[in-house]
Design a protein around this ligand. Structure first.
Ligand code: SF4
Ligand code: SF4
Length: 449
């Protein structure tokens, strides 16, 4: 298995062209604010002109390296950076011709080419961006750390095309490992073959099929028995939002309140999708489902969804977080914290999970829906632990318009203007509540310091 490397990602929609990144780079590389020394260039970003970024992408198959006749450029396999060696460079500028990203250019003040070196893995430009438009993407670390671990779900899957639950199962089990007992109550996940078809199971770990109503209590009992015989085995639930937030809520709430040592993962696809797309308590306002139809006298779900992760936070669990599989490094980070929390209490992960079949999304757009759910603040990413309080893990200060998210899916196609306004109001109100909790966290850490 090869090594993968972190990169700088650019979210053009968040960039307003302020240039703070360029100033920070110039300062980091030359000790001056002279932008001629910046190794990245932002063009546009204001006056309606879309922002564009020129920076070295540290390509895996770098054309600048191939173009260089003097071997002055070379890919560093340890950190992924394309290193430039001034003692070999003959100033021919052929590298600048080879790079389609304008990632290496002639610095007139220095008299030779200059390029991004990722600041030894701590990019000054990323830290300086006030809008989160630059992101040091560490997803590669997941690959390096866990890529060699066994995939604990068999090849092939009977899920709907484009369902992101497969990603969740494979990544979660790979990280959690085989010292585990998994409970998969009725829903899409057992439907994918985790628990079994015709006497065969898709999971390579002990897994069972509880009732919708008793998932958390069954896991609690098994965990207590393992503790009694002195074995440290991880208990994991892979449940849908119906099995967690509706009929399964009593046992979930009880286990959380008692601090049972369980990791409860909820795949929230806003409904009972495997049984015919019925509405659940987590179905959002206005959604079409088979039990909240659209016609002359009905326009989708008439009530708001319940905010299940927030309800779980109010149980004061050892760890609670929301996640989206479009932000995999964030998910792994939360998975690690949740597993650590099960050593002493109850951990809850709420994965926001667009359903291509039930939500009427083209299969190739589900990850885009995951991403836009976060970037519109429809599904904000946050975490909570009693000792640290609530904090946003991917704050979105300049959200995309809600239309860019709801426009992706057919279940909202019928929405009238007043319904869209109501949905936006719900998004704003929930964000206001979360920010209130974050303020409490900030005040507490301020007082402590
Ligand atoms: S300018 Fe220097 S680094 Fe670029 S191609 Fe020429 S010799 Fe190589
Ligand atoms: S990572 Fe460092 S060298 Fe590269 S553009 Fe950002 S500040 Fe400049």
């Amino acid at each position: 298995m090869g090594i993968s490397h972190s990169t700088i990602a650019f979210h053009a929609q968040h960039c307003d062209g302020c240039g703070d990144c360029m100033s920070a780079c110039a300062q980091a590389k030359s000790g001056t604010a002279d932008l001629v020394h910046s190794r990245l260039q932002i063009i546009g970003g204001s006056a309606g002109i879309p922002a564009e970024l020129a920076i070295c992408r540290q390509c895996g198959d770098p054309k600048c390296v191939m173009n260089c006749p003097a071997a002055a450029l070379a890919k560093n396999d340890d950190n992924g950076v394309i290193d430039w060696d001034g003692s070999l460079c003959v100033n021919c500028l052929l590298c600048t011709v080879g790079c389609v990203y304008a990632g290496i250019s002639h610095n007139a003040a220095l008299g030779h080419v200059a390029k991004c070196d990722l600041c030894d893995g701590d990019p000054a430009c990323v830290k300086a961006c006030p809008h989160g438009a630059l992101e040091f993407n560490r997803t590669a670390e997941i690959y390096n750390q866990y890529g060699a671990e066994e995939d604990l779900f068999v090849a092939g899957l009977s899920a709907c095309q484009g369902c992101n639950s497969e990603l969740m199962i494979r990544h979660s089990l790979r990280r959690i490992g085989d010292n585990v007992v998994v409970a998969a109550p009725p829903g899409c996940i057992p439907g994918m073959g985790t628990v079994g078809y015709n006497g065969r199971t898709g999971a390579k770990v002990p897994i069972f099929h509880p009732l919708l109503t008793n998932t958390a209590s069954m896991l609690a009992g098994i965990k207590r028995q393992y503790n009694r015989v002195g074995r440290d085995v991880t208990m994991v639930a892979l449940a849908g939002d119906g099995g967690a937030g509706d009929v399964g809520f009593q046992s979930l709430s009880g286990a959380a309140e008692r601090g049972e040592q369980i990791l409860f993962i909820v795949v929230d696809n806003e409904g009972y999708m495997n049984t015919g797309m019925q509405s659940s308590g987590c179905t959002s306002f206005g959604s079409w489902t088979s039990t909240t139809p659209v016609g002359s006298s009905a326009k989708g779900k008439p009530t708001d969804s319940k905010n299940l992760p927030l309800i779980m936070m109010m149980h004061n669990c050892a760890y609670v977080a929301t996640a989206s599989l479009a932000f995999m490094d964030d998910y792994y980070d939360k998975l690690n914290k949740a597993l650590a929390a099960t050593q002493h209490g109850f951990a809850y992960l709420h994965i926001y999970s667009p359903c291509p079949t039930g939500w009427r999304i083209p299969a190739e757009k589900t990850i885009e829906a995951c991403r836009k759910g976060v970037e519109t603040n429809f599904a904000p990413l946050w975490e909570f632990a009693p000792e640290t309080g609530l904090r946003f893990t991917h704050p979105i200060d300049k959200p995309l318009a809600l239309a860019s998210y709801i426009g992706l899916m057919g279940k909202y196609r019928h929405l009238e203007a007043h319904q869209t306004e109501h949905l936006q109001k719900v998004v704003d109100e929930r964000l206001r509540v979360l920010r209130g909790f974050q303020r409490v966290t900030d005040d507490a850490s301020h007082q402590a310091s």
